[in-house]
Structures are given as structure tokens and as C-alpha cells.
Design a protein around this ligand. Structure first.
Ligand SMILES: Cc1cc2nc3c(=O)[nH]c(=O)nc-3n(C[C@H](O)[C@H](O)[C@H](O)COP(=O)(O)O)c2cc1C
Length: 331
């Protein structure tokens, strides 16, 4: 069964991408992921604050060592608390590229345009095949308008894209007032793909962050429908940027549903942390048998058959489904 797809201009053996996480921290694990069928690997993120603190002695525009800024700076992990420092990150990419043949995607995570974006170039020079930008930003300033919040993301993506020769994907959160508009702006800025979505690790209100906070809760398939809905809407709206679903992909049915919703690739993390790299084989075999049962010989054939099935007006469809659901409920 031919499951090959194209994502960010990379020809991948299947849509099964390993998402940004600790899964690729160890070279033996990276080998195991490739052997089990990973078509591409996204590395854990290198953070803006981590780079600026270690390399330039600042966090945002705050100087390390300035007593006035000590409290805010002390919220952030210390240099030694990061699993990979900026230099180690670059070395890790070089070593992974020597170890496996599948494409490797670096990940930067930040919220401000600045000198730290030079790490995009360094990640490229280290051999990454593409870069993912994660804009993990919670809008809390009552004076910052929705337009300014969106502009933060587009400015960052544009500044990074201008520096790069490799493709760039942006990993978004679902919490924008007009996600579709933002996606089109990002595409117009030259972004090659969008990853739907970031997961927010939601602490209880009032709970402190830091090591004492609740551990990361892994996902389950119930997180998928939000991604599928926006993938379907965006795939009908964007002109060429690729989509990857990240969040709630746990079964081969989840993968096929994501492809049907217009995603080129899925990024799997929780299912692999729970079940190990071998689980990629289960996902692949499940996809093959599902497609074969329906008479398809390739994923491309499935996609071609879906082109004849355009999504109805998403606005009307969304309100109509909502009303029907509420009316049909019975105890
Ligand atoms: C332990 C852990 C570490 C993660 N680290 C990163 C990271 O460094 N950068 C990033 O963009 N996403 C990170 N993520 C988010 C995943 O890439 C992914 O978007 C999220 O887990 C949803 O996918 P899933 O449902 O398959 O777990 C991490 C997730 C987990 C569970």
C-alpha cells in the first residue's frame, strides 16, 4: 500500500510524523522510531527565553542580574534545567542526521521578533530539513488588541521565513478570534505549513506553575475533533500551505480521519509515549487494512476521491449542527 504524502515540500513515506517531544532526545530511540515507520521527526523545542538567557544575558528585554527583574526572571527554568542547551541542540540535529535517513524538523518556540531568531539559521546549517515555529502565547494584556495578538504571530513567522532556505511550519493554538484569517495571513507571509494545534497544559486556576505543578497529561482521541474541524475548513481555504494535525491522534482511524479532513500529515506524541515506538507499526498496518478494505491502493487515491466532496458552507454547517445537537438530546 502506497501511503506516501508530501508535507512542507518533503516527500514522506507516510503521514506518520513524530511530533515535538522528548521522543527524539536519544539517538537509539530515534533509530527505533525510524525502524518502526516514522516518516519524519520533529525535535523538542528550543525556547526564545532559553536562547536569550544563555547567549545574550536577557529574558525578553530584562537584564539577568538586575534586582528589579529578579522575580519575573526566576519564573523561568534555569539554564541547566533544559534538556538540551542551544549548542547541544544544534549538535543533536547533526548527530540525528548522521544516524537516520528520514527528514528531521527543528523546533523554535517563542513570542518576540529578535536576535534569537538567528537560531533558525543555525538549525538550518546543522542540517534540519525544515523548521517548526511554536507560538505558545496566552493573551493576558487587556490593552493588546486581537489584531496585535495575531500580528505578533505573523511578524514572527515572516521574520523567520525571510531568514530561511528550508520550509517553515507554524504550530498554532486554536484560541484566536479569527483563526482562518490568521492562517491566510501566515500563508501570504510565505509559511509552508500549519500545525493544528498546540495543546495548552491547563493548570487549575490559582495553581502555581513550576515543578510542583501537575505533570503533563497525555491526550486521548477526544481532542481530535477540534483539529479535524479546522483542518477541513482550512484545507478548503488555503491555497497551498500544508496542514498537519497534532493532538489526539491515537489510532489508525484517527490518522485516516485527519487525511480525509485535509491534513497532509499527523504528528503523534502521546500514543508513542504510552505505547513505545513500535506503535507506529500498528498505526501503519491499521491504515493499510482500512484503505484496502475500501478498495484503495494508495493514500493519494483516497485524497483524489475526496476532492469530489467539498465541505458545505462551514458557517451555516456549524450553526445547523449545533442547533440539531441541542434539540436532539434526551435523558
Ligand atoms: C512531554 C511532552 C513534551 C512536549 N514538548 C514539546 C515541545 O518541546 N515543543 C512543542 O512544540 N510541542 C511539544 N509537545 C506537544 C506535542 O508536540 C503535541 O503537540 C501534543 O502532545 C499533542 O499531540 P498528542 O496528542 O499526540 O500528544 C510536547 C508534548 C509532550 C507530551
Amino acid at each position: 500500500m502506497d501511503l506516501a504524502i508530501s508535507y512542507l515540500g518533503l516527500r514522506l513515506d507516510s503521514p506518520l510524523v513524530v511530533g515535538a517531544s522528548p521522543l527524539a532526545d536519544d539517538l537509539d530511540d530515534v533509530r527505533r522510531l525510524e525502524d518502526a515507520g516514522a516518516s519524519c521527526i520533529v525535535l523538542r523545542s528550543l525556547f526564545e527565553e532559553q536562547i536569550t538567557r544563555e547567549k545574550y544575558g536577557t529574558v525578553y528585554s530584562l537584564e539577568i542580574g538586575d534586582p528589579a527583574d529578579t522575580e519575573i526572571i526566576s519564573c523561568f527554568p534555569k539554564v541547566h534545567e533544559f534538556v538540551l542547551g542551544p549548542d547541544e541542540y544544534l549538535e543533536h540535529i547533526r548527530r540525528i542526521k548522521e544516524t537516520v535517513g528520514i527528514p528531521v524538523i527543528g523546533s523554535l518556540n517563542g513570542i518576540n521578533v529578535g536576535r534569537w531568531l538567528e537560531y533558525g539559521n543555525l538549525i538550518e546549517a546543522a542540517g534540519a530539513d525544515a523548521l517548526e515555529l511554536n507560538v505558545f502565547f496566552l493573551a493576558t494584556d487587556p490593552h493588546e488588541t486581537p489584531i496585535a495578538v495575531e500580528k505578533r504571530t505573523t511578524d514572527l513567522a515572516r521574520a523567520l521565513k525571510r531568514r530561511l532556505h528550508i520550509p517553515l511550519a507554524v504550530k498554532l493554538s486554536p484560541f484566536y478570534s479569527s483563526l482562518i484569517h490568521l492562517a491566510r495571513e501566515l500563508e501570504a507571509s510565505g509559511v509552508d505549513g500549519l500545525v493544528l494545534f498546540n495543546r495548552f497544559y491547563q493548570p487549575l486556576a490559582g495553581a502555581r506553575s513550576g515543578p510542583a505543578a501537575a505533570p503533563v497529561r497525555l491526550s486521548d482521541s477526544s481532542e481530535l475533533p477540534l483539529r479535524l474541524r479546522f483542518s477541513k475548513i482550512l484545507s478548503g481555504t488555503l491555497k497551498g500551505a500544508d496542514l498537519a494535525v497534532s493532538g489526539g491522534v491515537h489510532t489508525s482511524v484517527d490518522v485516516i480521519r485527519s487525511v480525509i479532513a485535509g491534513a497532509s500529515a499527523v504528528q503523534v506524541v502521546s500514543a508513542l509515549l504510552e505505547n513505545g515506538p513500535q506503535y507506529l507499526r500498528v498505526l501503519r498496518e491499521g491504515m493499510e487494512s482500512l484503505l484496502a478494505r475500501k478498495g484503495y491502493r494508495s493514500l493519494d487515491e483516497l485524497k483524489a476521491s475526496l476532492c469530489a466532496d467539498p465541505f458545505p458552507d462551514p458557517q451555516a454547517h456549524s450553526r445547523a449542527s449545533y442547533m440539531q445537537l441541542l434539540q436532539r438530546w434526551s435523558a
